[in-house]
Design a protein around this ligand. Structure first.
Ligand SMILES: C[S@@+](CC[C@H](N)C(=O)[O-])C[C@H]1O[C@@H](n2cnc3c(N)ncnc32)[C@H](O)[C@@H]1O
Length: 226
């Protein structure tokens, strides 16, 4: 199944908003760390419902936001949820970013980068479009050390790249980005039931659930363009 078919179905049945709700638990902390200044241009790769750009617009006064997504339905919904023309939504692919060289102040992506058909090329594209000193904030929950995410690939036909912390750092550097920061952001918002309520539909033990959300959470890797 293509990215378009898969994620159009997600957008049509409300999973765009479901992801927004869940991802916000950790995305809000990563977004707050971005060194975005008033008037900056920010690109969101795999924007989904577009919530990240709306948050940066409301809290940091970005001048322009561009949300790119391979799913036309996601883009249609994101436009509907957004009431400013300063944020635009575009159908496009991570393989070929429709922005000029050195034209973007910051790039953000949450739970989307690992769907890139060629993640090394996408990183080169990010490095190409960023202005010198621009940052790439790349947040993922699916990664090697997070063993609780490994089975996610079984539920989706699009190939997912599962890198470790080190592989992210190496790939960023290979693409010409400096690695400024790498961190795990704990999800402290998800409610974890008391031990006697386990197993649940999703979790065999409370320890596993604590591990997944509080220990592993979201892996954030921050690259800076030279
Ligand atoms: C799991 S969702 C995350 C959405 C949003 N960032 C969030 O935090 O809720 C991944 C998004 O990436 C998009 N996507 C996946 N592969 C893509 C590609 N190759 N090019 C463009 N968008 C892609 C999907 O359409 C989907 O909207």
């Amino acid at each position: 199944m293509s990215v378009r078919d898969e994620f159009d179905a997600w957008a049509a049945d409300g999973r765009d908003k479901g992801m927004e709700d869940r991802h916000w638990h950790t995305a809000k902390h990563a977004l707050a760390r971005m060194p975005v200044e008033e008037g900056d241009t920010v690109v969101d790769l795999g924007t989904g419902s577009g919530y990240a750009l709306r948050a940066l617009y409301d809290t940091k006064g970005i001048g322009h936001g561009f949300g790119l997504d391979g799913s036309p339905e996601m883009i249609r919904n994101a436009r509907e949820y957004t009431d400013t023309e300063d944020i635009e939504f575009l159908v496009g692919d991570f393989d070929d970013l429709p922005f000029a060289d050195d034209s973007v102040d910051h790039v953000w992506t949450m739970e989307a980068f690992y769907y890139a058909p060629d993640p090394h090329h996408t990183l080169e594209e990010v490095a190409r479009i960023l202005k010198p000193g621009g940052t790439f904030y790349c947040a993922v929950n699916y990664y090697e050390e997070n063993v609780h995410s490994h089975h996610w690939q079984d539920n989706i036909s699009i190939e997912m790249t599962r890198w470790s912390h080190e592989e992210y750092r190496d790939a960023f550097r290979d693409a010409g980005l400096y690695v400024a920061e790498q961190d795990s952001i704990a999800d402290m918002d998800i409610e974890i039931p008391p031990a006697d309520e386990f197993p649940t539909d999703s979790w065999e033990t409370r320890e596993d659930m604590v591990d997944r959300y509080r220990t592993f959470g979201t892996l954030l890797t921050v690259g800076v363009a030279p």
